[in-house]
Design a binder for this molecule. Structure first.
Ligand code: 3PG
Length: 395
């Protein structure tokens, strides 16, 4: 699929859908600007060619009404600082005031439309709303990898009305996932964790036939333990998923994929800071305790197993890493990947948060900016935003 590099953008009005859905602190300030930074290459590329850059994004889930604390002014200010040029934040994303602001733009100007989700039409993929957005520009660029699993007006609807291409971030994300799924250097390992196995079933089913090694951690390990008849203490077991999990284990065995479950785990009464933690074998979890992290023996075993791999994809933390007492397993897996001589791809969401928190994001080959979108890719499913570009008119 074409990107902005393949077309003539000089002097054009370009509508760029970015994913500026950044986490906010309680006081409303930006907690992590990774997604804003990740959009810079596309914006710079366009500015350098005197395009008139009209940015749009959602922030959080305001349900179709204006929520003052979810205005994009703060995003515009941060972006302006990072970009080193003014970024004008508008008060709406469609309508006469927006049209006149766009009409007044010169080459190289950047403006940011207001939070798309202040209009219910965005999530409803309303055709008239998409057409109004499209009418602002001559070219549409999707650079919102993190939102490309959504069938929303600014992600799929707009490309029905304009020549449409991928931005540099979207292209980079697609390349990273496509390469490891289609043609990975081997041995290829997947590390899958997180709280719930039901969130990862699609990924597990798609990844098992592709990998040489599968490592399971996080709260979801409890359902794997239960599927093998171990006691899981007070941990949450997804009983309706036991058969799926047995199916995944059987598939791995049939294909000769080495499947490693934690041999020891950190358990605690509660998953909060200050809770008393101890390490027990995975086969001897006390009745009243919950799994909070993989144990130190497991972290070492995972480290050794991963050391010889040429490609590793990681999605889902090994424990409740937000709580210092339960962060060690996730930190050690992150450190192993940071030192790996090979390709390391980190699925977005909380796994990306973890490697960023440990200061290791720059040591990875690719840290995805998408949560749900990365899961969709890893599950081998198409992204509606990418399909829309494929169907759109060629510039
Ligand atoms: C994300 O944060 O995963 C994307 O920005 C999509 O947000 P959404 O889940 O609210 O659609």
């Amino acid at each position: 699929k074409k990107t902005i590099r393949d077309i003539d953008v000089r002097g054009k009005r370009v509508l760029v859908r970015a994913d500026f859905n950044v986490p906010l602190n309680d006081d409303g300030s930006i907690a992590d600007d990774t997604r804003i930074r990740a959009s810079l290459p596309t914006i710079r590329y366009l500015c350098e060619r005197d395009a008139r850059v009209i940015l749009c994004s959602h922030l959080d889930r305001p349900q179709g009404v204006v929520v003052e604390r979810l205005r994009l002014t703060l995003v515009a200010n941060r972006l302006s600082m990072l970009l080193g040029r003014p970024v004008l934040a508008l008060q709406d994303c469609i309508g006469p005031e927006v049209e006149s602001a766009v009409a007044g733009m010169s080459g190289g100007d950047v403006l940011l439309l207001e939070n798309l989700r202040f209009h219910p039409e965005e999530r409803a993929n309303d055709p008239a709303f998409a057409e109004q957005l499209a009418s602002l520009a001559e070219i549409y660029v999707n650079d919102a990898f993190g939102a490309s699993h959504r069938v929303h007006a600014s992600i799929v609807g707009v490309s029905e009305h304009l020549p449409a291409v991928a931005g540099l971030l979207l292209a980079k994300e697609l390349d990273a996932f496509t390469r490891i799924l289609k043609d990975p250097d081997r041995p290829f390992a997947a590390v899958i964790g997180g709280a719930k196995v039901s969130d990862k079933l699609g990924v597990l089913e798609n990844i098992v036939p592709r990998v040489d090694l599968l490592l399971i951690g996080g709260g979801m390990a409890a359902t794997f333990f239960a599927s093998r008849g171990y006691g899981t203490g007070a941990s949450t077991v997804e009983n309706d998923r036991l058969d799926d999990v047995r199916g995944i284990s059987a598939k791995a065995a049939e294909l000769g994929v080495r499947l490693l479950l934690p041999g020891d785990v950190v358990v605690a009464e509660r998953l909060d800071a200050g809770a008393r933690a101890r390490v027990v074998p995975a086969t001897a979890i006390p009745d009243d305790l919950v799994i909070a992290d993989i144990g130190p023996g497991t972290a070492s075993e995972f480290g050794q197993a991963l050391a010889g791999c040429r490609t590793v994809v990681w999605n889902g933390p090994m424990g409740v890493f937000e709580v210092p007492e339960f962060a060690e397993g996730t930190r050690r897996v992150a450190a192993t990947l940071a030192n790996l001589h090979g390709t390391t791809v980190i699925g977005g969401g909380s796994t990306a948060d973890a490697v960023t928190r440990f200061g290791l994001a720059d040591e990875m080959t690719h840290v995805s900016t998408g949560g749900g979108a990365a899961l969709t890719m890893l599950a081998g499913k198409p992204l509606p935003g990418v399909e829309a570009l494929e169907e759109a008119e060629e510039p």
